[in-house]
Ligand binder design. Structure first.
Ligand SMILES: Cc1cc2nc3c(=O)[nH]c(=O)nc-3n(C[C@H](O)[C@H](O)[C@H](O)COP(=O)(O)O)c2cc1C
Length: 217
C-alpha cells in the first residue's frame, strides 16, 4: 500500500470513528405518531418532521407509530401480571421510550383533545417520561390541533415531563403540504427549527442532570 493510500485509509478510519462518537453523543428523540385512524393524515406530518430532525447532526430519531406497534387497551389489576401477548406488545414500545432523551408527539385534534390510542400509549408508561422534554407538532381542522396540545401539556406535567413552549401547528392540515410532503408555508419549517432547537436545549440539559443524579420521582 502506498503512503498516499495509507494516509487516505487512516483519514477514513478517523472519520468513521469520529462519526460514531458523534452518533453516540446524539440525543435520541422518539417521535410518536398519535393517530391510528384508517386513511389518517398523520404520517405526512410525522415524515415532514422527521425530515427536519434527521437533517440535524445532533439528534437521532426513532419513529414510533402506534399502528405498527399497537398497545393493549386493557390494563392489568394493580400489581397484576401482564399476559404474554400484552407483554410482547409492550416490549416493542417501552424500551424505546425508556431509551429516548426527548419526545416529539405528532397529534391531530379529535373533539378538542388528542386521540385515545395516544392517551393509551402515554398511560402504559410512567418512569419512561420522567425528567425528559416533550415537543409537539399538531394538526387538525380550524384549530390546528392547538387544543390537543394544551391538553397534552397537562397530562405530561403529571408524568414529570417538561413540555416545550414553541409548537408547530397545521390548520386545515391536508392543504398545508405539497405532493412530495413538503410544507407549503416556509413558516412551518422555521417553526420546526425553533421547536427542535428548544427541545435539544432541554434534552441536553436534562440528560446531563439525569446522568448526574437519578430523577427524584
Ligand atoms: C373523531 C374526530 C374528531 C375531530 N375533532 C376535531 C376537532 O375537535 N377540532 C378540529 O379542528 N378538527 C377535528 N377533527 C379533524 C381532524 O383533526 C383532522 O381531520 C385530522 O387530519 C385528523 O388526523 P388523522 O387524519 O391523522 O386522523 C376531528 C376528526 C375526527 C376523526
Amino acid at each position: 500500500m502506498s503512503t498516499e493510500q495509507k494516509s487516505s485509509e487512516r483519514k477514513s478510519n478517523e472519520r468513521t470513528s469520529s462519526e460514531q462518537a458523534s452518533n453516540e453523543q446524539n440525543l435520541k428523540v422518539a417521535v410518536l405518531v398519535g393517530s391510528t385512524r384508517d386513511g389518517r393524515f398523520g404520517p405526512v406530518v410525522a415524515d415532514w418532521l422527521l425530515g427536519h430532525l434527521e437533517a440535524r447532526g445532533d439528534l437521532t430519531a426513532d419513529r414510533i407509530d402506534l399502528v405498527e406497534t399497537p398497545l393493549p387497551v386493557t390494563f392489568p389489576s394493580f400489581g397484576g401480571e401482564l399476559s404474554p401477548d400484552d407483554a410482547a406488545l409492550l416490549a416493542a414500545v417501552s424500551p424505546r421510550l425508556e431509551a429516548a432523551d426527548a419526545f416529539v408527539i405528532v397529534t391531530p385534534e379529535y373533539n378538542h383533545s388528542f386521540p385515545a390510542p395516544l392517551k393509551n400509549a402515554i398511560d402504559w408508561h410512567n418512569r419512561q417520561w420522567h425528567g425528559k422534554p416533550v415537543g409537539f407538532v399538531s394538526y387538525g381542522g380550524l384549530s390546528g390541533g392547538l387544543r390537543a396540545v394544551e391538553q397534552l401539556r397537562v397530562v405530561m406535567a403529571e408524568l414529570n415531563a417538561a413540555t416545550i413552549r414553541n409548537t408547530v401547528s397545521f390548520h386545515g392540515a391536508s392543504q398545508c403540504f405539497d405532493a412530495e410532503g413538503k410544507a407549503i408555508d416556509p413558516a412551518a419549517d422555521n417553526a420546526a427549527k425553533t421547536m427542535l432547537d428548544q427541545l435539544t436545549w432541554w434534552a441536553q440539559a436534562l440528560r446531563d442532570a439525569r446522568r448526574a443524579r437519578p430523577f427524584a420521582a
